[in-house]
Design a protein around this ligand. Structure first.
Ligand SMILES: Nc1nc2c(ncn2[C@@H]2O[C@H](COP(=O)(O)OP(=O)(O)OP(=O)(O)O)[C@@H](O)[C@H]2O)c(=O)[nH]1
Ligand SMILES: [Mg+2]
Length: 220
């Protein structure tokens, strides 16, 4: 409880900082390999012409994900948690000085690949988006409910593999909404591009709302 309370205090500080700079921040969470970095690469390609985008990458080790985003022409910093299974608000705060927040409209924070721990730690984001890839199975909302409960949007990824994975989209959607009735569910494949327009259509108005000066609406 103490650990979470301390984290939440720093998260509130981060959130105020993001609001002051007019940056829309999305915490991207999923189990390992669900397609977070691939999604961010495709999202950057789709939005780079209209929004100034930055990325914070969280991984236990290596900076390969940050390098992938830098190759797309956006600033990306890598946080290595050295064994911890999630990012913390403090860990993010410590590195924020490396980004020019005033020069960003949209900041993605890719959390450590883990279907449980990241959901417990607020980072100061405005939205939590989680990915569930079809290859993980449609039973995951039942077995790992917390992240489905905490997310604003659920992206069902790798839909190009839906049939061979025998993934039941309707069952996964129903199970997820049992925990979170307002959850937006967006099936997509970042590889084929099918569904990417739906994801961008969900994201863009939220990002634009910051530009219109609605910064106060997320104050906690
Ligand atoms: N078929 C298919 N493969 C995908 C798709 N998205 C990602 N992949 C593949 O899934 C694997 C993992 O993708 P990443 O984007 O690295 O996944 P991640 O969630 O960032 O992984 P971690 O950061 O290690 O947790 C790679 O081999 C990708 O090419 C997709 O839409 N369809
Ligand atoms: Mg990744």
């Amino acid at each position: 409880m103490d650990l979470l309370a301390a984290n939440d205090a720093v998260a509130r500080h981060n959130r105020a900082l993001f609001q002051r700079h007019g940056v829309y921040v999305v915490n991207v969470m999923s189990g390992p390999g669900a397609g977070k970095t691939t999604l961010l690469e495709a999202t950057v390609d789709a939005l780079r012409a209209r929004y100034r985008i930055g990325v914070i990458e969280g991984d236990l080790h290596t900076d390969v994900d940050a390098a992938r985003l830098r190759a797309r022409g956006v600033p990306a910093i890598q946080i290595n948690t050295e064994g911890a299974c999630h990012l913390t608000a403090e860990g993010v705060h410590t590195r924020l000085g490396e980004l020019d927040l005033g020069a960003l409209d949209l900041l993605f924070v890719e959390n450590v690949g883990n279907l449980v721990c990241p959901a417990e730690f607020d980072l100061g984001e405005q939205d939590r988006v989680m990915l569930l890839s079809v290859t993980e199975g449609d039973d995951k909302p039942l077995k790992y409910p917390l992240m489905f409960h905490k997310a604003t949007a659920l992206l069902i990824t790798k839909t190009d593999l839906m049939d061979p994975s025998r993934f039941d989209l309707q069952q996964a959607t129903q199970a997820s909404r049992a925990y979170n009735k307002d959850l937006s569910v967006i099936p997509l494949s970042a590889v084929t591009g099918v569904g990417m327009a739906d994801w961008v259509a969900w994201l863009e108005p939220r990002c634009r709302a910051v530009d219109r000066g609605a910064r106060g609406k997320w104050a906690s």
